[in-house]
Design a protein around this ligand. Structure first.
Ligand SMILES: [Zn+2]
Length: 492
């Protein structure tokens, strides 16, 4: 927090001057420095808000495009709902309003006129979407309703950090309505799996699918599932949630349908979301002391081309060849840029693009031109290989696939090396202090035992991992019998 605040107003044009502290020494300083130095985002005049810069937004657009395709492939369609929600709507579901009330920003005035009813800037859209669903859903033939929205939301946060926790953020929120609870529960788990696949296959971020405890679930949900990732500082990050809402909202918003027998029934609902926080997950899963390491599937530029020459006559030959390289990359649909800045040395450019996480760099000098090749350096490991122009498209695509797989494997290895079993609170405390990471320990299910761990160790139950075999034994806090291990960690 304090480092975020102190660094709030960097001098104009000082992006390149920021020195990145080593991750081991100051992970939080490393993170906030890098977000600005790599030109992903910048602080706004209103605390907790941010400007997402073009490089960061290009990353978000690539993520959005891939996730949107996955959401549509599972039968959903997009729509848009209003930003402003009347206070009376928000108040209808008691748990929901209680959960969100401390974070709601209100509009009380329009122009010079005070409003008769306060309007909430959406912190999430259940209340307003339920209003429409009560009008749109009439018969069993209208179900299921499978709608997703891409939007911004606002939650007044006290402690903020770029991408990870901001007052305004971008997200997608899915809201579905079904005939039966089983169907809705199935949908909840289907979307959890969509998120897992997106995180692991597109972002290279390994996740656990978990069921949240009562104290950690969404306000108004019957059950909340989440995907949990492990960051390089050993802290967990909740990377997406999927909620089974049951009929809570349907009852207060009167969302009913007539079944085949003509009987009125309440719909069963779900909601699920992921946010720009995922950009933080990418940075903290893959980044190293040099800077970002972006997964090729979402990197704004998959390849950066750096022309190298000393004399003017070399320059023309190098650029003529670079044009042929560009044409080959463009034909293969590989996102790329050429660093044509004549005022900087190749070495400076290498550092800069490494800091900004471009997966592959092509170096093109007079000798490469003569040999009709580029020299390819990969960002995930210190390795350089020549690639002939004749096979540039296939070889580059293969290299990008390899970097994508390599980043995921490194993250998997890191998580495996930072996951521990603990059978006592002392063990758990020692692990969280010395090694950090996920601690697998047994828990009896009581809220009191959960709270004790939180108070004593500042660690929370990240969730009950799905699909794991029973492993009965004594609760790590009270010693009572418990069926299996759950995931504890310090978390963002
Ligand atoms: Zn217990």
């Amino acid at each position: 927090m304090s480092s975020t605040q102190k660094a709030a107003a960097p001098a104009a044009g000082s992006d390149y001057a920021h020195k990145l502290p080593p991750q081991e020494e100051d992970f939080s300083g490393w993170y906030t420095t890098l977000v600005r130095a790599a030109q992903l985002a910048d602080y706004a005049p209103v605390k907790g808000c941010m400007a997402i810069r073009p490089y960061g937004f290009a990353l978000w657009e690539n993520m959005q495009r891939l996730l949107d395709a996955r959401i549509k492939a599972t039968g959903h369609v997009n729509a848009y709902f209003p930003l402003l929600i009347p206070e009376s709507f928000l108040k209808k579901e008691a748990e929901h309003v209680e959960g969100f009330a401390p974070q709601v920003a209100w509009v009380t005035q329009g122009g010079d006129d005070e409003l008769e009813e306060r309007l909430a800037i959406r912190p999430t859209s259940e209340a307003i979407i339920c209003h429409f669903y009560s009008k749109w859903i009439e018969s069993y033939r209208d179900l299921p309703v499978l709608i997703n929205q891409w939007a911004n939301v606002m939650r007044w946060e006290k402690v903020t950090r770029l991408f990870l926790r901001t007052t305004e953020f971008l997200w997608q929120e899915g809201h579905t309505a079904h005939r039966t609870g089983e169907e809705a529960e199935e949908e909840t788990l289907r979307m959890l799996e969509v998120y897992r696949a997106f995180l692991e296959e597109d972002l290279g971020v390994p996740v656990h699918k978990t069921l949240k405890t009562e104290s950690e679930k969404f306000a108004g949900a019957e059950r909340t599932y989440s995907i949990e990732a492990l960051m390089k500082d050993g802290k967990a990050l909740q990377a997406g949630t999927s909620h089974f809402l049951g009929t809570h909202f349907a009852k207060v918003f009167e969302i009913t349908f007539q079944d085949e027998t003509g009987t009125r029934q309440f719909v069963h609902q779900t909601s699920w979301g992921t946010t720009t926080r995922l950009i933080g997950a990418i940075i903290m899963t893959h980044g190293d002391d040099t800077g970002l390491r972006l997964p090729p599937r979402v990197a704004p530029y998959q390849v950066v081309v750096v022309p190298i020459y000393r004399k003017a006559e070399e320059r023309d030959a190098v650029y003529a060849f670079v044009d042929r390289v560009k044409a080959a990359l463009a034909a293969a649909g590989i996102r790329h840029t050429v660093d044509t800045d004549d005022t900087q040395s190749p070495g400076f450019k290498y550092n800069e693009w490494e800091r900004r996480g471009v997966p592959v760099r092509f170096e093109v000098g007079p000798r490469d031109v003569a040999a009709e090749q580029v020299f390819a350096a990969r960002r995930d490991k210190k390795e350089k290989t020549p690639i002939p122009l004749a096979s540039l498209a296939e070889r580059t695509q293969a290299l990008l696939d390899d970097v994508q797989a390599g980043l995921f494997q490194q993250a998997l290895d890191f998580r495996a090396a930072h996951t521990f079993d603990a059978d006592s609170l002392d063990d758990m405390a020692r692990i969280l202090e010395d090694k950090r990471g996920f601690v697998r320990a047994r828990w009896c299910g009581s809220a009191d035992c959960e709270a004790q761990v939180k108070d004593k160790l500042s660690a929370t139950i990240r969730g009950l991992p799905l699909g794991e075999a029973d492993d009965p034994g004594p609760c790590v806090v009270c010693g009572k019998a418990s069926p299996r291990r759950v995931l504890f960690a310090k978390a963002y």
